[in-house]
Design a protein around this ligand. Structure first.
Ligand code: NAD
Ligand code: GLY
Length: 390
């Protein structure tokens, strides 16, 4: 499932799931202009109406371009703008979004377009999954995190009082359109968050991808953001990241609960056990999701070394790469006892045990039950990972 480069410079990745669920990811600077053609090519021939779900910030930057392209392809376009931020990925927003679909008369052959970051993508995808028991949608991700991770694979959902992403559905998009030029307006902190998820994918499942990601970060750090972002090398890396994710998802679409092998989708939760605890503990205000994953990977790395699974030099390599992704908000002031209390609430627990995704080496994950991890090791791993000086 390697990315392919077409004559017009578009990178393409196929997601092969079978059962009529295959779809294509198209990656190019300026891809938004072609969204109408993609929608015509992938949606039902009876599709007439499209609701673009976005937020005011992203729609203000890119919405008109998307709407114009869709109108050019003779769709009747309506726009639903949700609030910006993790707290709006909620049941309440979902209800209001579904009501809007109903008011606009969206039918079974019509569709939704998610234009924005992972928050918009998860919410809009879930709304499409449950409206009329499931209608088509396209992902049009505009953050680095969403372009390399959340827009691919069909995980959709909302947050509730009991936790993040606990209510949701697997609902694959009909296509993913990635316009890398949209990253030019993305704030540096959001880039850091996306880079952390990119590091995660390489570290958990593909050493070569990890090294490519490290190299891009290294060049960016020395020669500046534009050196990587504007010459097509970021598009190549995004395509490689998408190809990796597509391969994992094709092999284990629904993250089967019994699977603990190093190719299961569960390895993509590397860094997420601690990340979810950090996010919850700070009311989702201090960390961007990817930043919390940055710390979570280091905690999992420390545990891996502590259990004798991972060589210390590999952890150092992970630490160097996370450092290159950008500065993370401080975490050394959070009480260890509270972080520990937040851990068992993680949704990845099976039979009451948290399943940790650890590393045997960069590029190969190992899934370990928390029953194999002593309390003392856990505390020291957290202390080392969350230290102020990465
Ligand atoms: P986000 O969606 O909150 O976007 C970050 C910020 O960037 C927002 O303020 C947004 O308005 C702004 N923004 C988006 N695109 C922009 C652009 N091009 N220019 C300027 N500003 C822009 O955050 P995110 O990091 O994209 O997504 C995080 C969410 O993704 C979390 O809810 C997480 O749970 C979810 N997620 C889902 C999956 C999955 O598989 N479904 C995987 C990873 C993360
Ligand atoms: N981001 C984790 C997954 O898609 O499974």
């Amino acid at each position: 499932m390697r990315a392919q480069l077409t004559r017009d410079g578009t990178r393409r990745v196929e997601v092969r799931l079978g059962g009529g669920k295959d779809y294509r990811i198209e990656i190019a600077a300026g891809a938004l202009e072609g969204i109408g053609a993609v929608a015509r090519g992938t949606l039902s021939p009876h599709a007439q109406r499209i609701v673009v779900v976005s937020n005011a910030k992203v729609f203000g930057l890119y919405g008109e371009r998307v709407a114009a392209s869709l109108r050019g392809a003779e769709f009747d376009v309506a726009t639903w703008l949700m609030g910006d931020g993790e707290r709006h990925k909620s049941w309440r927003t979902l209800e209001r979004t579904l009501a809007f679909f109903g008011e606009k008369g969206l039918g079974r052959s019509d569709a939704v377009i998610a234009l924005g970051g992972g928050v918009v993508g998860d919410l809009a995808g879930f709304a499409a999954a449950v409206y009329l028991r499931g209608i088509a949608y396209l992902q049009v991700p505009t953050t680095l995190l969403a372009q390399i991770d959340s827009s691919v694979g069909g995980k959709t959902g909302v947050n509730t009082r009991t936790g993040k992403n606990l209510i949701g559905a697997f609902h694959q998009p009909r296509g993913v359109v990635i316009d890398t030029a949209t990253l030019r307006t993305l704030p540096p902190r959001e880039m850091t968050a996306g880079w952390c998820e990119a590091i995660k994918q390489g570290a958990a499942g593909d050493r070569h991808l990890f090294e490519r990601t490290h190299q891009a970060l290294d060049v960016r750090a020395t020669a500046g953001r534009a050196s990587v972002d504007d010459d097509g090398s970021l598009a190549d890396l995004i395509a490689a990241q998408c190809a990796f994710k597509a391969k994992i998802v094709a092999n284990d679409e629904r993250e089967e609960i019994g699977r603990t092998d190093h190719r299961s989708r569960r390895i993509l939760n590397f860094g997420h056990t601690v990340a979810h605890a950090l996010e919850a503990l700070t009311g989702y205000r201090r960390f961007r999701h990817g930043e919390a994953v940055g710390y979570g990977m280091l905690a999992a790395g420390e545990l891996s070394v502590g259990l004798g699974l991972l060589a210390p030099a590999e952890l150092e390599s992970l630490r160097r790469t996370v450092r290159l992704a950008g500065r993370l908000p401080r975490a050394d002031d959070l009480a260890l006892a509270e972080i520990l209390r937040a851990l068992p609430a993680d949704k990845k627990s099976v039979g009451g045990h948290v399943q940790w995704v650890l590393l045997e080496k960069i590029g190969r994950a190992r899934i370990i039950s928390d029953s194999e991890i002593g309390a003392r090791l856990l505390r020291s791993a957290l202390r080392a990972a969350l230290a102020r000086d990465l």
